[in-house]
Design a protein around this ligand. Structure first.
Ligand SMILES: Cc1cc2nc3c(=O)[nH]c(=O)nc-3n(C[C@H](O)[C@H](O)[C@H](O)COP(=O)(O)OP(=O)(O)OC[C@H]3O[C@@H](n4cnc5c(N)ncnc54)[C@H](O)[C@@H]3O)c2cc1C
Length: 530
């Protein structure tokens, strides 16, 4: 066995809402190590604004939450997963309240539930609990504080998993190789249980609302290790993200259109009425597709969201964050329209798991956005994703708690760096990054065609060849690892989109515009699937 090996009982890869809530649950009985590839606080969870869906109002019902989720999922949700999540939602929220998350309080006198519940598109009741418009930040800060206080939890920020370690004898996951980004050494971490809580893959697209961490590492690593993935063709796009070189990932809330904002071309023409009778108030998917169509037709980089007809004071009061953030980059939204583009927002597919968060590999779990549990189907219902992370953290906890700890007797090799050299031509990596994300945006984006998908598949195959060669020959760094993972995940997205010969939910193909009467999730199996 390697002398420099770090051992832990549970290795959690990811410090978002899914990873941290699991760590807190396990820590009283297990030695837990939590990895984050940058800081512990940089992840999608911290940027979540809206809130978390749960049936908390006595006038609401689990059945209604289930129905709303199934409607959004456009016929592809797995009913057991939807019921499971809806039933466990209130318990997950009560645990966060007990941990001290400062959710916004109800304003009415003695309401049936003491916290404020808001309603979002697709929900038939008020069921979104939130902490003002910074829910993710409030939840993450509370969880991080608890995690830091616990003596059984070892936190390793700036540690990036390279690949999972799978025992060839038992076909069990027994840990991971991890790059220490400061020393640039790759060390094995041996673990009885390994949990991927590594977030989504929206960085595969040129424009995204996600932070840089969302490069689908978990999905790529699980695939290489022999796990199935599902529904990778369903990536949710938010219609309006700020288009500005200094601030690329900032969402311009749909409430701006709700308050009369009009989408315009650079020449001032309002175009949404050409696409839908509800014009700018059409649902998210229709607006995203319309903007994409206009950008492609006119060869323009962005469209404009115009709310200049509202007085400055009104905008400052109703949209303080948007007003302030745009002002910071030199846009006075009371005087100028806001440049916007649609942006990749959420990965509905992922690593296939059961209702315990278990993957195809013994000893390996996947929870949060990296997992495919069957909850979202072909489209995600707003505010169901933080909830999914919490509910499956609890499910994985129960599974780990009740499992026997199998001793690891296998030899784990040290990472071999004897045949690699320092990369001199960094431009090869940066160029491939740009090309990959551009190919995904142009050919595998909001509106697809068979021809575009075929072209993307070919380009990505070529990129993968180059990247894998570079990977074998050079010393590792995080950019190269992320690029390798993104290329892998992009190829899975294209393969899934090519398999779906219809348009459904988030997948829209001009060559197959109809929705079939019956459809199944898209399941991909790796060659080494046992
Ligand atoms: C702007 C924005 C607003 C949103 N608003 C809402 C909302 O209101 N309600 C809602 O339900 N959802 C919302 N979402 C979606 C939701 O935030 C995410 O789906 C959820 O936070 C994902 O949590 P997670 O724990 O799975 O992953 P993340 O929070 O993304 O955490 C991933 C973690 O994995 C680590 N990691 C990744 N790869 C590696 C590796 N190779 N090695 C080591 N560590 C690694 C990262 O460092 C990070 O710590 C929003 C998302 C965004 C971007």
């Amino acid at each position: 066995m390697s002398s420099s090996i770090h051992t832990t009982q549970v290795l959690i890869i990811g410090s978002g809402i899914a990873g941290l809530s699991l760590a807190i649950k396990l820590a009283d009985n297990f030695q837990v190590t939590v990895l984050a590839k940058t800081t512990l606080a940089e992840n999608s969870s911290i940027y979540a604004q809206g809130g978390i869906a749960a049936v908390l109002d006595p006038f609401d019902s689990i059945d209604a939450h289930v129905d709303d989720t199934l409607n959004a999922g456009a016929g592809l949700c797995e009913i057991e997963a939807v019921q499971f999540v809806a039933r466990h939602a209130s318990q997950a929220i009560n645990e966060l309240i007990d941990l001290g998350v400062p959710f916004s309080r109800a304003t009415e006198d003695s309401p049936p539930f003491p916290f404020h519940l808001t309603q979002e598109g697709g929900h038939s009741h008020r069921r979104i609990i939130h902490a003002a418009d910074h829910t993710g930040h409030s939840v993450q800060s509370t969880l991080l504080k608890r995690v830091k206080e616990h003596p059984n939890i070892k936190l390793l920020p700036n540690h990036m998993t390279v690949d999972l370690i799978v025992s060839p004898e038992s076909r069990r996951c027994i840990g991971a190789y991890v790059l220490n980004k400061s020393s640039r050494q790759v060390l094995p971490i041996q673990a009885n249980f390994t949990v991927l809580a590594s977030g989504g893959a929206s960085k595969a697209y040129l424009y995204t609302s996600n932070p840089d961490t969302s490069t689908g590492d978990g999905i790529a690593m699980a695939w290489r290790a022999g796990c199935r993935v599902a529904n990778m063709e369903f990536n949710q796009f938010h219609p309006t993200c700020l288009f500005h070189p200094q601030d690329r990932s900032f969402l311009i809330s749909e409430a701006v259109r709700g308050e009369g904002g009009i989408l315009r071309l650079p020449n001032g023409e309002a175009f949404m009425s050409r696409y839908d009778e509800r014009a700018d108030l059409a649902p998210r998917d229709i607006v995203a597709r319309a903007i994409d169509q206009e950008m492609k037709t006119h060869g323009i980089d962005c469209v404009y969201l115009d709310i200049t007809h509202k007085p400055k004071d009104y905008l400052k009061t109703h949209f303080p964050t948007i007003y302030g953030r745009c002002k910071k980059v030199g846009i006075d939204i009371s005087q100028q329209p806001i440049p916007v583009v649609p942006a990749a927002h959420y990965t509905c597919g992922g690593i296939v798991t059961n209702l315990q968060g278990e993957t195809d590999l013994a000893g390996l779990y996947a929870i949060g956005e990296t997992a495919y549990t069957g909850l979202h189907g072909a489209n995600r219902l707003a505010s169901n994703s933080l909830l999914e992370g919490l509910v499956f953290a609890q499910a994985a906890y129960q599974s780990i708690e009740s499992s026997a700890i199998i001793p690891i007797t296998e030899m784990i090799r040290n990472w071999d760096t004897s045949r690699v050299s320092e990369a001199r031509e960094r431009v090869l990596v940066s160029h491939d990054w740009d090309e990959l994300r551009r190919v995904m945006w142009d050919y595998v984006g909001i509106v697809r065609t068979d021809k575009r998908l075929n072209r993307a598949a070919q380009r990505i195959r070529n990129l993968q060849k180059e990247i894998n060669e570079f990977y074998r020959q050079h010393r590792l760094d995080s950019d190269l690892l992320e690029l390798r993972n993104l290329a892998q995940v992009a190829s899975l997205m294209v393969a899934s989109a090519q398999k779906r010969k219809e348009s459904r939910g988030l997948h829209y193909n001009l060559d197959h515009p109809q929705t079939k009467r019956r459809a199944k999730p898209t399941l991909l199996k790796p060659k080494n699937f046992a």
